[in-house]
Design a protein. Structure first.
Length: 202
């Protein structure tokens, strides 16, 4: 009986300790948050009220853009955002931590962007039904990097430590270790049909 009691207490304490790992931060108060990206101490949040940046790990936030922002990806001073307000969809780039942006998708064959990742000077854009595109020159030019029957609609792209992982609407996962030149099927992920965006890229 005592053993069961002690096991119950340990279970409850573990649950409380796990819960304590999360803390509510001060904002951002920009409406619905679509995605989050972080690099060093800076955190970016793409919201219906625009792009917000925090320079102190989420304690306070400053709005950097006004247009509804669906996706954000960051790496050092580079920040890419996908702005889609229902009338004008654009992929934009900043080289100064989001203070100023310029459009970079003028040569991108698809405007239906669903995911985004950065790896050095390479930018990867997942689209809805048009495949995954790669730019080796920070968005100046684009080429189709991956497109198959089950890899046309991309829900998420993650680029870390020289590796790229891409998840599709059909729950297939592909990996590349050569900046998107070749891809390997890595299996199927958790079934969650209908999710279109990766909320966190840190």
């Amino acid at each position: 009986m005592k053993i069961k009691f002690y096991l119950t207490i340990i279970f409850l304490l573990n649950g409380l300790l796990s819960y304590a790992q999360w803390q509510q931060r001060g904002g951002p108060y920009g409406g619905l948050i679509y995605s989050i990206s972080c690099d060093s101490s800076k955190v970016y949040a793409a919201t219906t009220g625009g792009l917000y940046r925090s320079d102190n790990n989420g304690n306070s936030w400053v709005r950097k853009t006004l247009a509804a922002t669906r996706i954000v990806a960051s790496q050092d001073s580079l920040v890419y955002i996908y702005v889609a307000d229902g009338f004008n969809s654009q992929l934009k780039k900043s080289v100064d931590y989001g203070d100023n942006f310029v459009q970079v998708n003028s040569t991108l064959p698809s405007s239906n962007i669903t995911s985004l990742a950065i790896l050095g000077s390479y930018v990867f854009v997942g689209t809805g039904n048009d495949g995954l595109f790669m730019s080796p020159d920070s968005g100046a030019t684009w080429t189709l990097s991956l497109y198959t029957i089950d890899a046309s609609f991309f829900k998420t792209i993650i680029a870390k430590n020289g590796k790229i992982f891409a998840g599709t609407m059909h729950d297939a996962i592909y990996a590349s270790i050569d900046t998107g030149q070749t891809w390997t099927f890595s299996g199927f992920g958790i079934y969650n049909y209908g999710s279109s965006y990766a909320p966190v890229n840190c």
